[in-house]
Write a new protein. Structure first.
Length: 288
């Protein structure tokens, strides 16, 4: 499947900003199930300098500096990617989760071992470990346990985009049972890592469908986040706890890391500006 991805971001500042510097994770990356056909940025105002590089996880990073006074910032990232349906083993045929945890602990490979440790947004919490164990009785195939945990998150937690912010602790998300895709990804990652399994945070986009009887509205999509879990012999398997399913070719991946902090879409430093307002629009469509 070929997807056209359009991501528009606008900042409006209460006061003029004499200079600013930003870091972006918006351009999709290539891997076995995704090929990037094209990707480019459009900026207003035009940056004074722009640099592109790869981070420690191989994701695209764009850094830019604006050295002139501005009262707003517009960023467009327009990409075209070709995706294929990932191959996923039968859950019952994957190794027992304890065996996977033992192999990861003994492994000398940085990847996937990097992703068994707690991180800022996905800490180890005893309450989450105990809750996760309900999905992982002794000897259960690892993917069966992951799928069961995913279904429990989907059943027990309510999607509520007003309930949390980036700063909301994971313990609060668990207590209130409300949050957004970012929260549910961190929740599942923390649960899996607490059992010694390797899980990474994936940032990207999902092609959504309008409600029955409604036409598709351009720009009504949003960025998305999901989880990738490591299974020896099969590699990384991506699963979406927000929608209780394995990912399909309708997902476009930007990149992955330990948690949101490694692949946040945009971060920056401003010299002034006062308060600001943020607007964004995302559209993901099958290419014509």
């Amino acid at each position: 499947m070929t997807l056209d991805v359009y991501h528009w971001t606008e900042y409006r500042y209460a006061e003029a900003v004499p200079l600013s510097q930003h870091l972006l994770h918006m351009q999709p990356r290539e891997f076995a199930n995704q090929r990037v056909l094209s990707s480019h940025f459009e900026f207003t105002p035009q940056p004074t300098t722009i640099n592109s590089r790869r981070d420690n996880f191989g994701n695209h990073v764009t850094e830019f500096f604006i050295g002139e006074s501005h009262v707003g910032l517009h960023i467009k990232c327009i990409s075209k990617v070709e995706t294929t349906l990932p191959k996923v083993p039968a859950a019952a045929q994957t190794p027992a989760w304890e065996q996977v945890a033992d192999e990861l602990l003994d492994s000398l490979e940085a990847d996937p071992r990097t992703f068994i440790y707690p991180s800022a947004y996905a800490p180890h919490l005893d309450i989450l470990r105990d809750w996760a164990r309900e999905s992982f009785p002794a000897g259960r195939p690892v993917l069966e346990g992951v799928l069961d945990l995913t279904a429990r998150i989907f059943r027990e937690f309510i999607f509520d985009n007003l309930a949390t912010s980036v700063a909301t602790p994971l313990s609060e998300v668990f207590e209130t049972r409300r949050g957004v895709c970012q929260d549910f990804a961190h929740l599942q990652i923390s649960c899996l890592r607490s059992l010694g399994l390797a899980a990474r945070y994936v940032s990207g986009y999902l092609r959504t469908q309008p409600p029955p009887g409604r036409r598709r509205v351009f720009g009504a999509d949003a960025s998305h986040a999901w989880v990738s879990v490591y299974c020896p012999g099969h590699g990384w398997i991506d699963i979406d706890p927000t929608n209780n399913r394995l990912i399909t070719e309708e997902y476009a991946t930007i990149g992955w890391g330990r948690d949101y902090g490694d692949v946040s879409l945009i971060r920056g430093i401003l010299g002034g500006g006062g308060s600001h307002s943020l607007y964004f629009s995302v559209n993901v469509e099958v290419a014509a």
